[in-house]
Design a protein around this ligand. Structure first.
Ligand code: PLP
Length: 398
């Protein structure tokens, strides 16, 4: 089968919930992906902030291969497996949290946090069930997490949605304050909004949320599914802001590309859920846990995070140059570490497609942002090459 035939077979059998780019990838090395015809693409998408170690990473490959060779890919949470025990310690230590519940995705991690919040509220009153989330946020596609997502476009045609969600303006503490009532049990926020357009929270906003949660005895939940795992230049974005949550949700890069999610809790939140309250068949799966262990090791014990900070600053410098060169098309650069956005006045899709044609993968965020979330191991030389392509694309747009 050639690539076109493969795509046709894909279209015939895969439910079309994505508008997929017409390319079939078959392998990768470092930050380069190769399609089935041998064409190479520089990857500034990283599986949407998943493939933190790039492709073919030796350490990750060995960690996963060792599990496969042991014969134990999966047992069940009815029993312990050594990889989950190690991963739990490693991720709690790295994030400075107390305990962890493992699941399989970001949406599931947020579902766990929503259930935990409701049970936390129920402890003081059955009416304490409301969760405040932010406009333009993104928390996933399951019913709870999509309702928590503060973007109506994701809600349309799926009602009735679960009740008990209120939406505040992001980075506006008075807006959050005005929604707090006797019914509120938790506040959920992305420290750096991803899908909404790569918008960092201000430190004052997170500090304000922390104070409100302490004052009203609410749980503060950070969704670090996209901005966690080294992406911000610290292992976790909360460490960048130095404002700690009660609950932290993770996924994407958590296991270096193996499906995995997690909800972490501090002392205040660690004893709310008990046996039988929540579960996941695959959560804590040995293969995924080996990925978590490798990621935690790389983020905690190597210079990876420091390099992310340096390379992120380098990338933003280059993006600033592009913004200044094309001021009618680009209006702002924002982000932390290797999670960055270039705000456009033209549809991002146009730029994404033109970059793709030149062998560079980038993606959009929100309605007007070009998003750059490359593997954390990207080099300055690769950043230079990618920025030269972006420059060429803007020049070609006239
Ligand atoms: N939360 C955030 C901040 C995300 O960016 C995403 C996915 O993009 C999710 C949750 C949902 O994660 P998943 O697709 O693994 O369910």
């Amino acid at each position: 089968m050639n690539m076109q035939q493969m795509i046709e077979q894909g279209k015939a059998y895969l439910l079309e919930t994505y508008s997929q780019v017409p390319v079939v990838f078959s392998g990768g090395k470092g930050c380069t992906l190769t399609d089935v015809e041998g064409k190479e693409y520089m990857d500034f998408v990283g599986g949407i902030a998943v493939n933190a170690l790039g492709y073919g990473d030796k350490g990750l490959t060995k960690a996963l291969t060792d599990v496969l060779e042991s014969g134990l890919i999966h047992c069940s949470n009815l029993y312990y497996n050594e990889h989950a025990i190690d991963a739990a310690k490693a991720i709690c230590t790295l994030s400075e949290m107390d305990k962890v519940f493992f699941c399989n995705s970001g949406a599931e991690a947020n579902e766990a946090a929503l259930k935990l919040s409701r049970k936390f509220g129920h402890r003081s009153s059955p009416a304490r069930t409301e969760i405040i989330t932010m406009k333009d946020s993104f928390h996933g596609r399951t019913y709870g997490s999509v309702t928590a997502t503060g973007q109506t476009k994701y809600h349309q045609n799926f009602d009735p949605l679960p009740q008990g969600f209120r939406y505040a303006q992001f980075n506006a503490i008075e807006s959050v304050k005005s929604l707090i009532t006797d019914k509120t049990c938790a506040i959920l926020v992305e420290p750096i909004q991803g899908e909404g357009g790569v918008v960092p929270a201000s430190k004052a906003f997170l500090q304000g949320l922390r104070e409100l949660c302490d004052e009203h005895d609410l749980l503060l939940i950070y969704d670090e599914v996209q901005c966690g795992m080294g992406r911000s230049g610290k292992p976790f974005a909360w460490q960048l802001y130095e404002v700690k949550p009660d609950v932290l949700t993770l996924a994407k890069a958590l296991a270096g590309g193996v499906p995995c999610g997690a909800m972490l809790t501090n002392k205040k939140a660690s004893s709310i859920l008990g046996p039988g309250d929540h579960a996941s068949t695959f959560g804590g799966n040995a293969l995924a846990m080996a990925g978590v262990n490798e990621m935690a090791h790389r983020l905690g014990e190597t210079s990876l995070c420091k390099e992310v900070t340096e390379k992120g600053a380098y990338l933003r410098e280059k993006l600033e140059k592009i913004r200044k060169k094309y001021p009618t098309k680009c209006t702002a650069v924002r982000g932390f570490g290797l999670m960055n956005g270039l705000v456009l006045t033209i549809p991002p899709r146009q730029v994404v497609d033109a970059c793709f044609a030149k062998g560079l993968l980038v993606l959009s965020a929100g309605s007007d942002v070009l998003r750059f979330v490359p593997p954390l191991v990207i080099s300055k030389e690769e950043i230079d090459r990618a920025m030269a392509i972006v420059d060429e694309v803007f020049a070609g747009l006239g």
